[in-house]
Design a protein around this ligand. Structure first.
Ligand code: BG6
Length: 467
């Protein structure tokens, strides 16, 4: 075998994330014209034969649609190494097994990731190594800072890739094109013209056997602290000079630094709830607290909503509502920009349904702009119409896209250390208020739209059609 340029080393190779998301992403990338020649090394603390590992890789590649002629060669070359990567000697064995420049992918729980970073300090890290770390990045602001501090002693920042697969979603990236490659949006993209912004990620999926992780995270940390705050950052950033890593990541960090809980009052600006038994599409759900592995004493929420403000000239006064939940009646994955009403509708017009709305849907990938036009029949009666288009699907899925950056050593789509800390800083007051019991933990039946009253108390423009 010719030495591969990169060796992708997966720590946590026997885990669920590796099989479900990471390996299919690797397969997609290698299948695409952007894939290159890599060596793949699985590392885990459990015993697994090379053949078992190969089967796992092969199954995940097939699930991701990777069936090219290159697959058998990669499968016969890939190996599994049993190792305790919290030990320096085992890490040396891992580096010795790499033919190419190592890309160490940590598909590990945060506490183990921290232990591995500590062990890496006593190991000679080969030049050109990059690290890729899965979320959650730390478990709060203090641990995230500590992890960043440790990482900074190991490698330069641009060789550290904090992975957030939302940054690899083609629609999230399309936000940049939509905003900065068109003249019509940017002049209106501010608090003078925009009434409110809603970023919603509602799923029909429940816990799906992930209690070990999810019950300690909850909807706020699982979705809002990471993914949705990055989406908010891309909605609110100032136009960067380029989409090179320094410009783009600098703009993202700047937007996050301006973001805080609206009114600095989490008891007013946040809500939480968890699901109780119900059914969705003929699937029965038990109470969240009855799910195997859930500790009811933790009071974990499965639906979270936070209203934020972005305190700068452009966004002063605009509420940004971020909401995410599981086991809901429908899938809604949207960014909704609601514009302000016109300052004066000429007397004589009738009808119309208020201000324009731009809806960017993350799934399916589409865009809708609702506007008022003179309707059929009486020309002075206004009608609401929707202009819509679909976003082209990226050639790679989100994991493939993010992995492409990692293997190419390009940190554009990786989250910079300061941005991660900002995300924790933003949600910290909410977590504190929730722990202190200042915000009630509501309930909603699985398969409903959320707790009774949530839709109307602070309705943020979901509208019936959106639910
Ligand atoms: C993950 C969360 O990061 O993102 C899950 O842990 C969530 O709880 C998922 O379901 C949603 O992202 P996607 O891209 O799979 O829809």
């Amino acid at each position: 075998m010719t030495p591969a340029q990169r060796t992708l080393v997966i720590f946590g190779a026997s885990g669920d994330l590796t099989a479900r998301l990471l390996l299919p992403g690797v397969g997609q990338l290698l299948e695409s014209p952007r894939g290159g020649d890599i060596q793949l090394l699985g590392v885990g603390d459990r015993p697994m034969s090379d053949d078992e590992w190969r089967q796992r890789v092969s199954d995940s590649f097939a699930a991701g649609g990777a069936t090219g002629e290159w697959v058998p060669a990669l499968l016969s070359a890939t190996r599994y190494l049993q190792a305790d990567v919290t030990k320096a000697d085992d890490l040396r064995r891992v580096f010795a097994a790499c033919d190419g420049l190592p890309a160490l992918y940590f598909a590990l729980p945060p506490a183990v990731t921290i232990a591995v970073c500590t062990a890496l300090r006593s190991v000679q890290i080969p030049e050109g190594t990059v690290l890729a770390l899965e979320k959650p990045f730390g478990t709060d602001l203090v641990t995230a800072r500590e992890l960043n501090r440790q990482l900074a002693t190991l490698l330069p920042e641009n060789q550290i890739h904090r992975v957030d697969h939302f940054l690899g979603k083609s629609t999230v990236l399309n936000l940049l094109g939509l905003r900065f490659a068109n003249r019509i949006f940017e002049p209106l993209w501010n608090g003078q013209n925009i009434e409110r912004v809603e970023i919603v990620f509602e799923e029909k999926l429940g816990l799906e056997g992930r209690a070990g992780y999810y019950d300690k995270a909850g909807a706020l940390v699982d979705m809002i602290q990471s993914h949705l705050l990055l989406v908010l950052a891309l909605v609110t950033i100032e136009p960067p000079s380029s989409i090179e890593p320094d410009d783009l990541r600098g703009a993202i960090a700047q937007a996050l630094r301006a973001t805080r809980v609206r009114g600095d009052d989490p008891s007013e600006a946040s809500r939480r709830a968890r699901y109780t038994r119900g059914s969705i599409d003929d699937r029965e759900f038990v109470d969240y607290v009855e799910e195997p592995g859930v500790d009811p004493a933790r009071g974990t929420e499965t639906l979270a909503e936070v209203t934020l403000s972005v305190d700068n000239w452009r966004w002063a006064g605009v509420p940004f509502v971020l909401r995410s939940g599981k086991a809901l009646s429908g899938v809604r994955k949207d960014i909704v920009i609601t514009f302000k009403d016109v300052p004066h509708l000429p007397y004589g017009f009738e009808g119309g349904s208020g201000a324009e709305r731009l809806r960017i849907s993350l799934s399916p990938d589409e865009l809708e702009l609702e506007i008022n036009i003179n309707g059929e029949g009486d020309p002075f009666v206004l009608d609401r119409v929707v202009l819509s288009t679909t976003f082209g699907a990226g050639e790679l899925g989100p994991y493939g896209e993010v992995l492409a950056g990692i293997l190419a050593g390009d940190p554009t789509l990786s989250v910079r250390g300061d941005a991660v800390e900002e995300c924790w800083r933003i949600v910290e007051p909410v977590l504190t208020a929730w722990r202190a019991g200042e915000v009630p933990l509501d309930e909603y039946p699985a398969g409903s739209n959320g707790p009774a009253g949530w839709g109307t108390v602070r309705d943020v423009g979901a509208g019936e059609e959106g639910r």
